[in-house]
Design a protein around this ligand. Structure first.
Ligand code: FPP
Length: 257
């Protein structure tokens, strides 16, 4: 028996990618989980640190691309509270990159009007890194360009626990009553205080997890996952993610009718 030819062959059914519309609203706050540095390097037979170094270049171009697109806030996950579990040599490499990055690139971005902030537990970071962090926050605090937040030794659960602990402390000291707690008061105890919630969260490398990033803040965030590895992430990839965001309908738990 002769099989009838399928009306639409698989090869012809290519997905149409949304295109970026520079007239449509862009997300005010974009958060990025930069994943895939190690795989990028391994695919080339190179050590993992080469992937991280290449990843720094992708950070550089993404910060500028965000400013170009009119995005007001960019938050990147540079080092999670779980990343200490990596081999000491890799942790050292990441901390070394951070030092160089803050000294060279953040200083330059600061001159260009970018406001730099850090979130995460600073207690476990080396003194010189803490010093660099405080300096770059101080020297850029009056800048009016993109607000660029770097999460280092950051964990969403840890941030929420710390906020709860500090609120409990204030109750004990008589500054608050337990029934005072509401969303806006709780948010004032979070490190992301003064940052709007992210509108769009991008994760690269095909992984589809939040990995303890901005847990409280991403309650209504739109997620876009891309298979591109972080070192390959270019302005075009950011535009594609924003285009995907632009065609989503955000309902915040309400209905569309
Ligand atoms: C994940 O790649 C990425 C990280 C651990 C952190 C991202 C770090 C950088 C981009 C470099 C440092 C950044 C700054 C701002 C100085 P992975 O190693 O988990 O990749 P894999 O999943 O392929 O192994």
């Amino acid at each position: 028996m002769k099989l009838r030819k399928a009306k639409y062959s698989r090869s012809k059914a290519t997905a149409v990618e949304p295109t970026f519309d520079d007239k449509a609203p862009v997300p005010a706050h974009v958060a990025i989980i930069m994943d895939g540095n190690g795989r990028w390097a391994q695919a080339r037979g190179l050590p993992r640190f080469v992937g991280h170094r290449q990843g720094v270049k992708a950070v550089r171009s993404t910060v500028r691309a965000c400013s170009d697109l009119g995005i007001s806030y960019l938050t990147i996950y540079a080092f999670s509270s779980e990343n200490w579990k990596r081999p000491a040599s890799e942790v050292d490499e990441l901390m070394g990159l951070l030092r160089v990055y803050i000294r060279r690139e953040l200083t330059e971005l600061g001159r260009e009007g970018v406001r730099i902030r850090f979130i995460g537990d600073r207690g476990r970071l080396a003194d010189d890194i803490n010093h660099l962090i405080t300096n770059s926050e101080e020297s850029t605090k009056n800048n009016t360009g993109l607000t660029f937040t770097v999460a280092i030794n950051y964990g969403g659960r840890q941030e929420i626990l710390e906020a709860a602990r500090r609120f409990a402390q204030h109750v004990q000291e008589g500054e608050h009553e337990p029934e005072d707690i509401n969303e806006s008061l709780f948010e004032s105890y979070l490190e992301s205080e003064k940052l709007p919630d992210p509108d769009l969260l991008i994760r690269t490398s095909g992984e589809q997890r939040l990995s303890n990033f901005l847990l409280w803040q991403s309650a209504y965030t739109e997620f876009v996952f891309t298979s591109t590895l972080w070192p390959d992430f270019k302005k075009k990839n950011l535009e594609q993610a924003v285009a995907e965001y632009q065609r989503r309908e955000r309902r915040y738990g309400g209905s569309s009718h």
